[in-house]
Design a protein around this ligand. Structure first.
Ligand SMILES: Cc1ncc(COP(=O)(O)O)c(C=O)c1O
Length: 360
């Protein structure tokens, strides 16, 4: 097995990063090493926010590891999975040399991070056929090898197109690219998906990594907690590239509470509701004469093509319903992406579009 360390930029492999006060590895009872205040703010409420937080709180790493079925040393916690995407691009891609492969139309942050790093972006478009959008992983593999890519992002379930990629196909891609390129599976919407996570495979496949987030099914978008699951040696390098104190203590507490067993039980029940609503909305939309196509979705959203997307967008807005306009994305010139809301919110979408159609 080739260590993923070989994929890290030469100049960062041994980089120690910033030696923050919380990483000094010392203990004591009188803390005078970080120029903090010894007193709590009057609004503190028992949080102890006068002290810098642990950069990677052990309790949260352990809990995330349990939830995702990996070991704590395979978890890097960050400010949303957005931060993990950015860290990966910065740590692996030498500017103007090492490329990043994506399959548009897809979540935009991979391209943003590549652009900020000066890493060439290689696009292998999704294929739109009778069954929906699908990735051409053989073309993705060719593109990665031909361009000397360091990173391939596979979004599954994919935002905004909704399809999931078969785990066996992703594993085959990772095997093909072993020693050359890291395959990152973004499972931001994994909880809504029929297919299992790739997380248990990172042990056997060192160039495979998985992104997870608490922003979607776990309903903690404001806490900004996401994570990368990957080989421990890669996690260790990325920690050294991360900001000194990336995780605010109130957010860590919220995340721990939000991952308690009772909270997880409620999350699972909400996922069941969203999946049922996804089917209901899908069928209701198909009944609307203004709708050209609704794509099958494994996420908590539907991608919908309209005969007149501008009219549909404005009709929804006039009813107070804000959806995502996808028309600037490649292949999506007539499409809107509608998140699955509560049953009452979804009713509003259906009613607004039915009324708009009647008025047209
Ligand atoms: C596919 C995908 N990955 C990652 C993210 C970022 O999530 P986070 O809130 O964890 O930064 C999103 C957010 O919309 C997403 O759609």
């Amino acid at each position: 097995m080739t260590s993923p360390i070989s994929l890290v930029r030469d100049d960062l492999r041994a980089f120690a990063g910033y030696s923050s006060a919380r990483r000094a590895g010392v203990t004591g009872s009188v803390w005078l090493n970080a120029n903090e205040s010894s007193w709590c703010n009057p609004a503190d409420g028992g949080l102890g926010a006068n002290r810098y937080p642990d950069p990677q709180p052990a309790a949260l790493r352990e809990r995330l590891a349990t939830v995702y079925g990996v070991r704590a040393e395979q978890v890097l916690v960050g400010r949303g999975s957005d931060e993990a995407i950015d860290l990966l691009v910065r740590a692996l891609c030498e500017p103007r040399r090492d490329s990043v492969v994506v399959s548009p139309p897809v979540f935009g942050m991979y391209a943003v991070s590549a652009r900020l790093q000066g890493a060439p972006l290689v696009e292998v478009p999704l294929v739109d056929d009778a069954s929906g959008f699908r990735s051409d992983l053989s073309a993705v593999g060719d593109a990665a090898l031909n361009t000397g890519a360091k990173l391939v992002f596979v979004c599954s379930p994919a935002n905004p197109t909704g399809q999931a990629v078969a785990p066996a196909d992703i594993l085959a891609l990772a095997r093909r690219l072993e020693g050359r390129c890291l395959v990152v599976v973004d499972e931001a919407y994994g909880e809504y998906c029929d297919q299992p996570s790739l997380a248990p495979h990172i042990d056997q496949q060192p160039n495979l990594a998985v992104l997870q987030t608490l922003s979607k099914a776990h309903a903690l978008a404001a806490a900004r907690i996401g994570c990368l699951l990957a080989a421990p040696e890669l996690i260790a390098v990325l920690r050294n590239c991360q900001a000194p104190y990336p995780l605010p203590s109130p957010c860590v507490q919220l995340a721990l509470a939000g991952l308690s067993e009772p909270a997880l039980a409620q999350t699972r029940s909400r996922v069941i509701t969203v999946r049922a609503e996804r089917e209901r909305l899908h069928h209701e939309l198909l009944d609307n004469a203004g709708v050209r196509r609704v794509y099958p979705s494994q996420g908590n959203f539907l991608l919908v093509r309209f005969h007149d997307a501008e009219a549909a967008f404005q009709t929804l807005l006039a009813a107070g319903v804000v959806v995502r306009d996808m028309r600037a994305s490649p292949q999506l010139g007539d499409a809107l992406r509608i998140s699955i809301g509560s049953p009452a919110e979804n009713d509003q979408v259906i009613q607004a579009l039915a009324t708009g159609r009647a008025a047209a």
